[in-house]
Design a protein around this ligand. Structure first.
Ligand code: 0RA
Length: 673
């Protein structure tokens, strides 16, 4: 990657700490605009999802999407994103520049209309597949409303124009500030600390999305600079989805070169659907399908994904039969068999996408299913004709998968029968809760018997259940289905949660509203947590998507002064507590660790080595009591990045894992996957 490209090198304007300028009298229009901005500031979460780290980063996506649209319209090629040392972010492109002249309807500058009016983004031009038509699409005016300062600098018609804003309100008219040889748009904004819980941009998080956009749009060159640490990366993948699939499968052994299908489907009514599909098989047992509609990650899939799957199954089955590759007529290859070891990227562009599902990330357009199916059918059939050796390899792999599937079904039936014989189907070591409204209940999955014991005693048994696990959890990234199903601990998790397995899986049957992973705050605990997350990611993905998985945060330290006890969750918090105590006592206290002599006037710090070291009351108070605990909700920001991360952490190859650990040693507290 990081190759030298002609990514633009423009001067970065400073955003003036402008003082509010009274703009003459308010017209009816400007009052409406102010009401719109006020609505955004009053309920920011309604517009950008939330006001945490995710919402903060959403601001960047929103601005970048506009430049992407300009590039997709064919006018821009380079986009530069800079995370500045002063906390601001700027996005610059070499497109036509947002028009600055009077808006045909509103009469004021079009730039001001775009920047300050809700949903004004794409009203000027019909742009067939605007990114902003989908999940984001709240428009740059929302970013403006949620920024203390923002400025837009436009190069157009040989001139540079600029307008400044505060919390969405223009600080004067658009001004001409110089001459320009090139054209383009630059937007720089400072997120508002009154709105956001955090103001720190994480460059890795920004990079994940930019990389994804670069894979999806091979013609665009995206550069990310971070002034805070000197990061300077260029994302440009001329190979598009082929590069994407290779990137996701890095470290796995591919059985073939990626198959790329790229075409525009023309329906009878004249509508055109660009369809890009790329896939390959690798030597793993997992399926990774990354799907996009108009550059938006459709986490829940939808018609484009089902079109692809049904074409894959039908074409490969037809091919197998025609070429006599399945011996004996008893074995029937199913869709599931063709998914093992499959990595696919699907990207379609749809004029009027309908998004459905819990998180509005499932494509509903019926016509897209047929379009993708037809494209994949035709191209894959032709491909197999001319690549018989690869065709054979795919079918052989599917046969192995089918045999494993049949073995798994037998073992599942055995489990069912066994359970039916027992009086209760729930695992014996589960200490269940007493109420039976699932949404009010929580289950703590706890490592080790001693910690499990403390948790059982410390919990509120009305609504908290404890499932202690013995020993290390199976690494499912490396195991095939039957082995996963045979694993005692994993079977316990399935039965305790009640969700069923494989075809029987249903989130509706989940017996708890929250599934909490509780492990020690040390390296072993972190390993167990990662193993469990790998399991949930691969086998209970919908639970992560629905936000049901949590990570408990046990404290690392107890600081005790006299009768008063404080808990600290990290070194910084411990130091804060100590500083406070010092201040309160006029700087005279003696601070010792628990191993050292204890003086009654001093402060004693003890470090918890594990959950088991805490007594039940301490565990309740610090980690389990909903009134006082902090828990982390597990979410998946980028499916591609997460899938790659699990392969890095849990897959076969050692070298990428070592590299990852070295690179991230200082970020061990990072939580998003
Ligand atoms: C509408 C019309 C025109 C350009 C744009 C929007 C535009 C918007 C953004 C947002 C970020 N970068 C952008 N670049 C361009 C141009 C219409 C014309 O010149 O005829």
């Amino acid at each position: 990657m990081a190759q030298e490209t002609d990514v633009l090198e423009m001067e970065m304007p400073d955003v003036a700490s402008a003082t509010a300028v009274a703009n003459g009298s308010y017209s009816e229009d400007s009052i409406k605009v102010l009401e719109g901005l006020e609505a955004v500031r009053k309920r920011p979460a309604m517009y950008i999802g939330d006001i945490g780290e995710r919402g903060l980063h959403h601001l960047i996506n929103e601005v970048v999407d506009n430049s992407i649209d300009e590039a997709l319209a064919g006018y821009a090629r380079n986009i530069l994103i800079t995370l500045h040392s002063d906390g601001s972010c700027s996005v610059q492109d070499d497109g036509r520049g947002i028009p600055v002249g009077p808006h045909p309807v509103k009469k004021i500058s079009t730039l001001e209309v775009v920047m300050c009016t809700l949903h004004a983004g794409g009203k000027f031009e019909k742009n067939a597949y605007k990114v902003s038509g989908g999940l984001h699409g709240v428009g740059v005016s929302c970013v403006n409303a949620l920024s203390v300062n923002m400025c837009a600098e436009i190069r157009r018609d040989g001139k540079v124009f600029r307008q400044d804003y505060m919390r969405g309100v223009p600080q004067g008219d658009v001004r001409e500030i110089g001459e320009a040889k090139s054209t383009g748009t630059l937007v720089r904004f400072y997120p508002d600390g009154d709105i956001f819980k955090t103001l720190e941009f994480k460059s890795d998080r920004v990079a994940d999305r930019l990389r994804e956009l670069a894979f999806l749009n091979p013609q665009i060159v995206i550069r990310l600079r971070d002034e805070r640490d000197g990061r300077d990366d260029v994302y440009h993948y001329p190979g598009g989805l082929v590069d994407f699939v290779s990137y996701v499968d890095e470290g796995k052994i591919a059985l073939m070169k990626p198959i790329m299908i790229s075409s525009v489907f023309k329906a009878d009514d004249g509508t055109e659907t660009p369809v890009d599909v790329c896939f390959q098989y690798n030597n793993s047992y997992n399926e990774t399908v990354l799907s996009y509609v108009n550059n938006i990650n459709t986490i829940e899939g939808g018609t484009h994904v089902s079109g692809f799957r049904s074409a894959l199954t039908r074409t490969l089955n037809t091919y197998a039969t025609k070429n006599n590759l399945v011996k004996g007529d008893k074995l029937q290859l199913t869709g599931e068999d063709f998914r093992e070891g499959l990595t696919a990227a699907i990207s379609v562009k749809v004029g009027e996408p309908q998004f459905e599902g819990q998180t509005k990330t499932k494509l509903g357009n019926g016509e897209t299913e047929g379009a993708v199916r037809a494209m994949v059918n035709d191209h894959l059939t032709a491909y197999l004709e001319s690549n018989p050796a690869i065709g054979k390899r795919i079918i052989e792999k599917a046969i192995l998968a089918a045999e494993a599937r049949i073995a798994a079904r037998k073992s599942r039936e055995m489990v069912r029968r066994k359970n039916a014989l027992e009086s209760s189907a729930l695992p014996g070591k589960l200490a269940d809760c007493s109420i039976n409204t699932p949404e009010d209940c929580e289950i703590f999955i706890v490592e080790g018997d001693s910690a499990g014991g403390s948790a059982k005693q410390g919990r509120d048994r009305r609504f908290q259940a404890i499932l202690p696990l013995r020993g290390k959890v199976l690494n499912v990234q490396k195991a095939r289905l039957p082995k996963v199903l045979e694993n005692e601990e994993i079977r316990c998790i399935f039965t305790a949660l009640g969700v069923g397995f494989g075809e029987d899986f249903s989130i509706e049957k989940l017996r708890y509203g929250k599934v909490v992973l509780m492990a020690d705050a040390d390296v072993d605990g972190s390993h167990i947590r990662t193993l469990l997350l790998t399991f949930f990611f691969n086998y209970m993905h919908p639970l992560i998507e629905a936000g049901k998985i949590y990570i408990a945060q046990p404290p690392l330290y107890k600081v005790k002064k006299g009768k008063k006890e404080y808990y600290a969750f990290n070194d910084a918090e411990r130091d804060e507590v100590l500083a406070r105590i010092r201040k309160e006592s006029g700087g005279t206290v003696e601070i010792v660790t628990a191993d050292e002599a204890i003086t009654p006037s001093g402060v004693v710090i003890s470090r918890f080595k594990g959950l088991g070291e805490m007594n039940p009351e301490q565990l309740w108070e610090t980690t389990m009591n909903p009134e006082t605990r902090t828990m982390l909700q597990v979410s998946i920001e980028s499916a591609a990045a997460a899938s790659k991360l699990f392969e890095t952490l849990m897959g076969d190859q050692v070298e990428p894992r070592r590299e990852f650990i070295e690179r991230n040693a200082q970020y061990v507290k990072n939580l998003d996957i």
